[in-house]
Design a protein around this ligand. Structure first.
Ligand code: GDP
Ligand code: MG
Length: 615
């Protein structure tokens, strides 16, 4: 449980934290070198029936905002501090806006320095504050007047915090692990130590985790929470982690510790973007801003299609980052800019890895996991999505993802990936159409090579396999020998002329016997239908290719082979000219015929001639 303080400078945040916890967070930086047990800006706060919460409080407005942002999903509760003598001030409003942008819903308001004002005044301040809070993230927060001088209101504040903490839903630890790193240091004897707040999932001693965005693998040597060594840490824990296998220098604030798999750095992300209502100007398209998410801060450009983002407006767009950042769908981020720097707005990550080309912004209404999954599947087309990537890509726990995949009607699961079922069905139609077109253009072909039509559609090979299988099962296509497919029931059909030509060609080859004309000669004499009809005769076994462009009548070829066999004595080597005498062919036909016999294993070629095979 992490409590984040917020409020205008000098309104008494640090004094209040000291009164509640006994720790002076303003003095912590000096004590930082004392090591792992002292966590910069975090003070342990005992809450009745809740346990120890970590309260984050750091000095200085800029540092403060950064720490709040670093807390993002790390902060469970906000403690908004407003001095009773001054009331709401500019930084109160900025911090309030940030709490809203970060999606922090629970909190308590402390009206500090109540000893400095009259009760009547305090009542007026209460009304004024309630007005400002109306419609914000803190609208329903209880208000407690406090004084660190008299001690008034402190027990009530502690109780209000405990009650609010009990209302905050427990974070799930059956989720992918992520912890943004906010500090890195070296401890003699321990090595590299980092600190941060566990945002999701859990981490245990000896776990192997990755440091992103550099993607280095490290082992967890030890864990400490609030100064005590522990074996496993749950989400929402302030944690110090000793790491093996990495140097202090290789780690920076802004890096993120994650569990294996599914996490990839993003350069472009899709988001619902909001510009705060009190900003003076619209955010022009492609405006340069600072992007804050967790402990990461990078330059970025915000791209909102259809023109500028106006004050108070929320619309879908893209964020183009100057450096790779590890984000997850559902993450809240803040954008700051201007001079002096102030909070301009922020957004919710809708898709950390949008498709490169067709990436159109998704609108805010696509907020259910099911709907986003359908959109992502559609965009992924023939590539599909890796199931292991979905918890990060679409922002749901692995078990929720698994449950959704079970019943989602669009999902076609093949191995470790999922595809859009409609895309697969379109592929089936495309394949069937490609085969039909081939039949139309080549009506005498038995079919088309599966390989050829697969090359005409787009998709991963496992999806194409599935589409072919589906086309066969659904009766669109049938596979025939030699890697050929055809429309189910399709047979080559001959016109009357072609039927005549088929007989003519078969007759011509039969008559020619051992010295048949080439395919070129036949085509020259009979026209372009010769080739497909010859192929058909070949498929039927009437004729046999001896060379690539010369076919023999099957009977004539058998007779020729017999003549060769009968004329040769086993074991004796024959030169080509001796074999010409045996079978009486001219050299032009003889050599290709002998090579055919070698290929078929009838004869065997030796250094000076041929022998009958096996003799
Ligand atoms: N009288 C009075 N002064 C307070 C109270 N709380 C804080 N202060 C004073 O207000 C000043 C600013 O307090 P600090 O905690 O540093 O404010 P921060 O900037 O919000 O952390 C200090 O001088 C405190 O002593 C209070 O309850 N009563
Ligand atoms: Mg302070």
């Amino acid at each position: 449980m992490i409590v984040g303080t917020a409020g205008h400078i000098d309104h008494g945040k640090t004094a209040l934290v000291r009164a509640l916890t006994g720790i002076d967070t303003d003095r912590l930086p000096e004590e930082k070198r004392r090591g792992i047990t002292i966590d910069l800006g975090f003070a342990p706060l005992d809450l009745p029936n809740v346990g120890v919460a970590g309260v984050v409080d750091v000095p200085g407005h800029e540092a403060f905002v950064r720490t709040m942002l670093a807390g993002a999903t790390g902060i469970d509760l906000a403690l908004l501090v407003i001095a009773a003598d001054e009331g709401v001030m500019p930084q109160t409003r900025e911090h309030l806006a940030i709490l809203g942008l970060l999606g922090i819903r629970g909190g308590v308001v402390a009206l500090t320095k109540s000893d400095l004002v009259e009760p009547d005044w305090l009542d007026l301040v209460r009304l004024d504050v309630a007005d400002v809070l109306a419609g914000t993230a803190m609208a329903d927060a209880p208000m407690v007047a406090t004084s660190v001088v008299t001690g008034a209101g402190l027990p009530a504040l502690r109780e209000a915090l405990a009650a609010a903490a009990a209302d905050v839903s427990a974070r799930r630890d059956d989720d992918v692990f992520r912890m943004p790193i906010d500090r890195v240091f070296t401890i003699r004897g321990t090595g590299t130590v980092i600190t941060g707040t566990v945002w999701s999932g859990s981490i245990g001693r000896d776990d192997v985790v990755r440091v992103m965005p550099d993607d280095k693998t490290v082992r967890v040597r030890g864990l400490q929470a609030h100064g005590t060594a522990i074996d496993r840490a749950k989400p929402g824990t302030r944690l110090a982690v000793a790491l093996a296998g990495i140097d202090h220098d290789a780690l920076t604030r802004g890096a993120v510790l994650v569990s294996e798999g599914g996490w990839h750095a993003s350069r472009v992300l899709r988001a619902d973007l909001t510009l705060l209502g009190n900003t003076v100007a619209a955010l022009s398209p492609r405006a340069s801003v600072r992007f804050h998410l967790g402990t990461t801060e990078v330059g970025a450009r915000v791209v909102t299609p259809g023109g500028a983002l106006s004050p108070g407006e929320t619309k879908p767009g893209r964020v183009v980052l100057d450096a790779p950042v590890v984000v997850r769908a559902g993450d809240r981020f803040v954008i700051r800019g201007g001079s002096p720097v102030s909070t301009l707005g922020g957004g919710v990550v809708v898709d950390p890895h949008p498709a490169h080309r067709r990436a159109r912004p998704w609108t805010a209404q696509h907020d259910s996991f099911d709907a986003r999954l359908s959109l992502a599947l559609r965009e992924a087309g023939g590539e599909g999505l890796g199931i292991a990537d979905l918890p990060v890509r679409l922002g749901a726990s692995p078990s929720d993802v698994a449950a959704c995949l079970e019943k989602h009607k669009d999902v076609l699961r093949i191995g470790a990936r999922i595809f859009d079922r409609a895309y697969r069905d379109e592929l089936v139609s495309s394949l069937a159409e490609a085969v039909a077109r081939h039949h139309q253009r080549n009506p005498l072909d038995a079919g088309v090579l599966l390989q050829t039509i697969r090359a005409r559609v787009v998709g991963r090979s496992e999806l194409l396999d599935d589409a072919v299988r589906t086309a066969v099962i659904s009766g669109h296509l049938e596979t025939i020998e030699n890697g050929l497919v055809r429309r189910t029931g399709w047979r080559p059909t001959l016109s009357n002329d072609q039927t005549d030509l088929k007989a003519t060609l078969a007759g011509a080859l039969r008559t020619a016997g051992p010295e048949p004309p080439s395919l070129g000669e036949l085509s020259a004499a009979h026209g372009p239908s010769v080739v497909p009809i010859i192929r058909m005769l070949e498929r039927e076994g009437t004729i046999v290719p001896v060379e690539s462009d010369r076919y023999y009548d099957a009977g004539a070829l058998t007779a020729l082979v017999d003549r060769l066999r009968n004329g040769m004595i086993g074991g004796r080597e024959y030169t080509p000219s001796e074999l010409r005498d045996v079978i009486g062919l001219s050299r032009k036909y003889l050599i290709p015929f002998l090579e055919y016999c070698d290929r078929r294993g009838i004869t065997e070629r030796r250094s000076t001639g041929r022998v009958l095979h096996g003799t």
